[in-house]
Design a protein around this ligand. Structure first.
Ligand code: 13P
Length: 253
């Protein structure tokens, strides 16, 4: 348990983003190990795995009734219809997803997702009864040009404006693009500085208690220092979430 502004914060969230990784057999082994180890985690730590769509049924089957929650890595902002290749929020909700990642930098960069589209997806996820994990973060060029606050501020403001009071029901993940999959982690102080900016924008919107996750080369060795920061409420973990030992150690941190 930790305190912020005199209030006890109930929970920490450690979310694994498997990205486009997995196979039925290796997933089964990974999930077995996670289930076996999750009981030893502190009770205020929530563990979540966000998996590729085809594995949602497998994950539901293995994780239902356990303390580990699951989610998807994206979903369409649209209602079902003629949208070949897309997956509606209601479909992933049917598979028991509690969370959906939206606006990951790999989708902003590789699929041209705009701030407005990310906000629309966050709304659709909420409307389907799930929690959007909205990713924000600057590129290395933007950081070098001292544009971190401008970029991250713009990304979060779009979500705040479009969601109104419901912004209190989302989770936000700060993932500096230069730290994703590079082995180069933001220092705890760099992460805290951006999290403080996000916290103040959200507080102005009446949503000071939104969980703020840090993501970008989080591993067991650096998680404790990152999670010790005042405004870091947990992590969004890529590569290290594919290793049960590492992921559980991050949960213990
Ligand atoms: P890595 O932990 O592999 O750097 O990935 C971070 C990430 O993008 C999680 O969404």
């Amino acid at each position: 348990m930790r305190e912020r502004n005199g209030q006890v914060m109930q929970s920490r969230l450690v979310v694994g983003n498997w990205k486009m990784n997995g196979a039925l057999s290796s997933n089964a082994a990974l999930l077995d190990r996670l289930v076996a180890g999750a009981g030893a985690l502190p009770p205020d730590v929530g563990l979540v795995v966000c998996v590729p769509f085809p594995y949602l049924a497998q994950v539901r089957e293995r994780l239902q009734g356990t303390s580990i929650a699951w989610g998807a890595q994206d979903a369409s902002e649209r209602a079902p219809g003629a949208f070949t290749g897309d997956v509606a929020c209601g479909m992933v909700a049917e598979f028991g997803c509690r969370y959906v990642i939206v606006g990951h930098s790999e989708r902003r960069q590789g699929h041209g997702e705009t701030d407005a589209l990310v906000a629309a997806k966050a709304r659709a996820v909420l409307d389907a009864g799930m929690t959007p994990i909205v990713c924000v973060g600057e590129t290395l060029a933007e950081r070098d040009a001292a544009l971190t606050e401008t970029v991250v501020g713009r990304q979060i403001d779009e979500v705040i404006e479009s969601m109104g009071r419901d912004v209190a029901r989302i989770v936000v993940a700060y993932e500096p693009v230069w730290a994703i999959g590079t082995g180069r982690t933001a220092t705890p102080e760099q992460a805290q500085a951006v999290h403080a900016l996000l916290r103040s924008r959200l507080a102005e919107a009446g949503a000071a208690e939104v969980a703020l996750l840090y993501g970008g080369s989080v591993k067991a060795a650096n998680a404790a220092a990152l999670f010790a920061m005042q405004d870091v409420d947990g992590g969004l973990v890529g590569g290290a979430s594919l290793d049960a030992g590492e992921f559980l150690a991050i949960g213990r941190a």
